[in-house]
Design a protein around this ligand. Sequence first.
Ligand code: DON
Length: 568
Amino acid sequence: MPRPLRLVPSVLVLPVSLLVAALPSAFAGSAPVRASVGLVISQSDLASAAGFEVIRAGGNAIDAAVATAFALAVTHPTAGNIGGGGFLVYRPSGGEPVAYDFRETAPAGSHPEMWLRDGRYDREAHHQGHRAVGVPGSVAGLHLAWREHGSQPWAALVAPAIRLAREGFEVSHALARSLAGQIPHFRRYPASLAQFTKDGAPYTPGDVLRQPDLARTLERIAAEGPAGFYAGETARLLEQEMLAHGGLVTRADLAAYAAKRRPVVRGTYRGYDVYSMSPPSSGGIALIQMLNTLEGWDLRAHGSGSARNVHLIAETMRRAFADRARHLGDPDFLPALPVARLTSKAYAAELRRTIDPERASVSSPTTLPWTGEALETTHLSVVDARRNAVALTTTLEGGYGSRIVVPGAGFLLNNEMGDFNAGPGLTDADGLIGTAPNLAAPGKRMLSSMSPTILAKDGRLFMVTGSPGGRTIINTVLLTILNVVDFGMNAQEAVDAGRFHHQWLPDRINVERFGLSPDTWQALEARGHRLHEVASQGVAEVIVLNPKTGELEGGLDRRAADGGAAGR
Ligand code: DON
């Protein structure tokens, strides 16, 4: 039998001038992807193409983001989702930015001590299995953003995903490898094994992956909107799976779920306006706090990657993550969140005074980091012809979330409950957290680090950025901004540059392999830092509107083996 061609859904008849750049060979050096009509960047070339096709047909950035996000739920199952949640920051051209919160919520049966067994913390139940599943938010959130700002029919935006699920798409090397690695986990859940293996055998590159149950669920969503997910057949199937296995999410939880419009968190950095995600993500507040702190130093004069700058940036990260642990959680449960103080220039000046340019400070174990978060989330950036912009980060939490596919409904459920703190008072030196702001409670949203962010200057769009990576997200986004604003890198250079991360505790700087020169590493150790090498950090997708040429310039992160920019 001839090998199947790479399947592209029939709507995606791409004009010759359309650029669909697939990783990793499409770029020379660090040249960004260039486009003028519009640009979509995501971790799946098929999903980006689905999104750009919407722009080509006259849709706007929200329409394209919705189409891309649904397509990611099919082609990038590790993090693209309808069974998870996320955040979207939207800046209409010249208008007021707004954020959409579609974070999962804790089901009604949740309580702060739900992961204690005989008084002992059960880490496995906190992060895996049916009790780790939060009430999904993605369908409600995408629909709310579309209802308020979309211009194309809803069903048309879900259609490419339906086609990809029904007709299938060719499995890439990266997806084949990723799915094969999950088989031991999928074996616990027959519907997961059926959906992502060939009767238990791994998919190989070039195989066509079809997901007919998912196609049917997407069809219900296309026809009925959120009711196609939160009620009727989909809700019945989800509740049935929960009831059969001790999970907590009920039809009543699904019916009660509401996505929320939130004010963006705002700041300024060296003359740029910064708009990012508000709580229940910690991302925007921590990002703006760090930018405010760093604004007090001339980073450019010392150069990207200099020991002095890495030191100052790491000390700044350390402080922002301590504040994150101390203060942040679901704003609907914490009416007195100190957002204004944490994002003020005055507070940043106070923090700067505590930083010794020559010496690392020491993290105190009286405030500790969150428990380990997995590294599987995904970000997409979109700019359309009118320069409306969307930054959207979405997650199932771990790779493939709970790994539970809802039987008959074909979608993966999140394990986002693991982002709540472990239990009251369960703070320990290994990183467990028991502080109050982020303890589980019915209907509460677990604290996130997702940081979809947009920058503008003098009323004009400048930059769209975001990344996966658990707590590293905030620092990855910070570094992309510093790389462009302070160090003058283009979008691709800003994405390619080596990354590092400090999160208060453990008290060390994680540095990407080849991220710093050996003498910089030594100079940081001489200042008292402990450094630790990591393979890679984040997968940033960046778009910069070049103020001189008016062109869109995209930076696609090659740290992920899959991904694509689609634009013209
Ligand atoms: O919401 C959060 O911050 C985490 N659940 C995100 C997890 C994540 O980024 C994993 N990514 N690569």
